[in-house]
Design a protein around this ligand. Structure first.
Ligand code: ACO
Length: 427
């Protein structure tokens, strides 16, 4: 027999279906609640609200588990490349060798930006944040492909998906090149995805550019680790904005802005700024942790805490190890990594963090490794966006496959009751 929950209101009992997911997550289905009872549910910040059914990613925040389409993130990070994970997220299965070859070729074909679009970069100040530049350029891409914007035409969607994945590294690199006043390179389609990106970022037309395989491998792993995280703020933005049937470029542009905030992807930049401030101000890790605990101080221990994980973020574990490996291989010592490890140790032993179940999240160590790899600090968040892009796309595709209605939450109104507009001289 199907399970139900009972709700008693005004002496009447209502039966509400209980929905169970493949990992036994349970939800009370309240979609008919208002029709039957006149009531809505109130859940600011959606701490307790499932917005959809999704077959893409599973997270168990208590156990620290993250799986994409059933595959553990640790396994994917160990055995697959970013483009394989992108294929998995968007298409549902890992690609065969032939499919992977086709996928790589198709993406390579679309790496250039229209020459007219390149001029848009020049309109931004040199110190424009790359997230602002990227969200603008991605929205602007829609104007160059007006024949491929219908969310209900599979071929048009497939073209736009390839363009987004192919052009995003070019956009990120051009935002950086513009900030330096250096010329934009054309993509080199003989290179692999990350190698091409590194050349676009750090190469110049005057000298040959050698990609360091240690750096390329570490960036690839970081992209894999960021590829999806179910209904986080930016992905929910994709779903909400996408539900209006805007084209995919518009939805992804909105997601980039959602990711930019310091409580979300922007935290990776803030972590490194925090570590640098600790080093520059000569603070001890203990002193900073005490500040982060102080309610009268606005500092938070950036890179700590997560809405879903009440355990160590599995991505942070992989990144921490990768950071140590990469620094060893590159022969670099990092004062910032030392401070980060000390902060972590103190926080994990401190009752404030223990009692609130605050652990390092994906952003805690990613900045240290990006910095060691030579990525400029204000590009950290846009690196996160490059990694998260396939996840956003997968959710946009799923939203349309499931024919989800336009997202439209309700509210409890707490403003003034009806009143007449007073004449101007009586206000
Ligand atoms: N440092 C100090 N205290 C913290 C921290 C932190 N990093 N995170 C949470 N807390 C405290 C809060 O002050 C609050 O304490 P209280 O109960 O005494 O009021 C309690 O822990 C719960 O915190 P909330 O903000 O209510 O938790 P929520 O689930 O809403 O927020 C969030 C999660 C936004 C990630 C939060 O932990 C945070 O701001 N962390 C720092 C920013 C960060 O690293 N963001 C990246 C998240 S991962 C990602 O987006 C990829």
């Amino acid at each position: 027999m199907d399970e139900t929950a009972r709700l008693e209101v005004d002496g009447k009992t209502y039966e509400l279906p209980i929905v169970t997911g493949t990992e036994n997550e349970r939800a009370v289905d309240i979609s008919n609640l208002r029709g039957e009872t006149g009531l809505i549910t109130l859940d600011p910040a959606y701490k307790n609200t499932g917005s959809c059914r999704s077959a893409i990613t599973f997270i168990d925040g208590d156990e620290g588990i993250l799986r994409h389409r059933g595959y553990a993130i640790e396994d994917l990070a160990d055995k697959t490349s970013f483009l394989e994970v992108a294929f998995l997220l968007i298409n549902g299965e890992l690609p065969s060798a032939d499919q992977l070859e086709w996928w790589r070729q198709s993406i390579r074909y679309h790496t250039m930006l229209h020459e007219d679009l390149k001029r848009l970069f020049g309109a931004f100040p040199k110190d424009a944040h790359p997230m602002a530049v990227s969200s603008s350029v991605i929205a602007a891409l829609s104007t160059f492909y007006p024949r491929d914007l219908d969310p209900h035409e599979p071929i048009e969607v497939a073209n736009s998906v390839l363009r987004l994945i192919a052009k995003f590294p070019t956009v990120v690199a051009y935002a950086y090149k513009h900030s330096l006043g250096q010329p934009f390179l054309y993509p080199d389609n003989s290179l692999r995805y990350v190698h091409n990106f590194l050349r676009l970022m750090f190469g110049t037309p005057c000298e040959p550019f050698e990609v360091d395989p240690v750096v390329a491998d570490a960036i690839d792993t970081l992209l894999v680790l960021h590829a999806d995280h179910e209904q986080n703020c930016s992905t929910s933005t994709v779903r909400l904005v996408g539900s209006s049937h805007v084209n995919i470029f518009g939805a992804i542009s909105a997601a980039i802005n959602a990711l930019w905030g310091s409580r979300h992807g922007g935290a990776n930049q803030e972590v490194i700024e925090m570590l640098e401030a600790i080093a520059n101000e000569g603070l001890t890790a203990r002193q900073f942790v005490d500040r982060a605990k102080d309610r009268d101080d606005t500092s938070r221990l950036m890179g700590f805490g997560h809405r879903v994980y009440r355990n160590y973020d599995p991505r942070a574990k992989v990144i921490k190890k990768k950071a140590e490996d990469v620094l060893n291989k590159l022969g670099v010592t990092s004062k910032l990594l030392e401070i980060a490890m000390e902060l972590e140790q103190i926080a994990l032993d401190d009752d404030y963090f223990v009692s609130r179940r605050l652990f390092p999240n994906v952003d805690f160590y990613s900045g240290v490794i990006y910095k060691a790899l030579g990525i400029p600090v204000n590009s950290f968040t846009v690196m996160f966006a490059m990694g998260r892009l396939p996840g956003w796309i997968a959710h946009w595709v799923e939203l349309h496959k499931d024919r989800q209605a336009i997202g439209r939450p309700r509210q409890i109104y707490v403003g003034p009751q009806a009143r007449p507009v007073p004449p101007l001289d009586q206000r």
